[in-house]
Design a protein around this ligand. Structure first.
Ligand SMILES: [Zn+2]
Length: 136
């Protein structure tokens, strides 16, 4: 399992264009993300965020733009989709109807997200006996 990194241009207080480097990865079986801000002009360096949880939209968008989306699909027949729904509810904290929709997508077009998000789902789904594959 490997993480992904992206760089986002961001304006520094000194007026220069600085860089926010964002990372998303799996740590102890949980999705983590972090962000650090660094400005070459004035030397400002900040660790903005480091911790577990779903990354905010701007971070996810930067990762998706840099690496492209990963697509998760059902890799074989399953007797029941209930275990998959449980995983989506646990991992993505979605409602029952959203979980049902995600499972539906899993067996048709695929569920799309960042590679780390899909890797986490793969691990959790396989633990529950749901066969899945990531298309990259
Ligand atoms: Zn600066």
């Amino acid at each position: 399992m490997s993480g992904q990194t992206a760089k986002i241009a961001s304006l520094c207080e000194c007026g220069s264009v600085a860089v926010r480097q964002v990372n998303q990865f799996i740590n102890h079986g949980e999705l983590w993300w972090d962000a650090e801000f660094s400005c070459d002009s004035c030397g400002t360096y900040l660790c903005e965020q480091a911790g577990p949880g779903t990354a905010p939209d701007d971070v996810r968008e930067a990762l998706l733009a840099a690496h492209g989306p990963a697509k998760l699909r059902l890799a074989g027949p399953v007797a029941s989709l209930v275990p998959a729904m449980k995983v989506f509810r646990e991992v993505s904290a979605v409602s029952l109807s959203q979980a049902r929709e995600l499972v539906e997508r899993l067996s048709h077009d695929g569920v799309v997200g960042t590679l780390s998000e899909m890797e986490l789902l793969t691990t959790r789904l396989q633990l529950r006996g749901v066969p899945v594959d990531i298309d990259r």
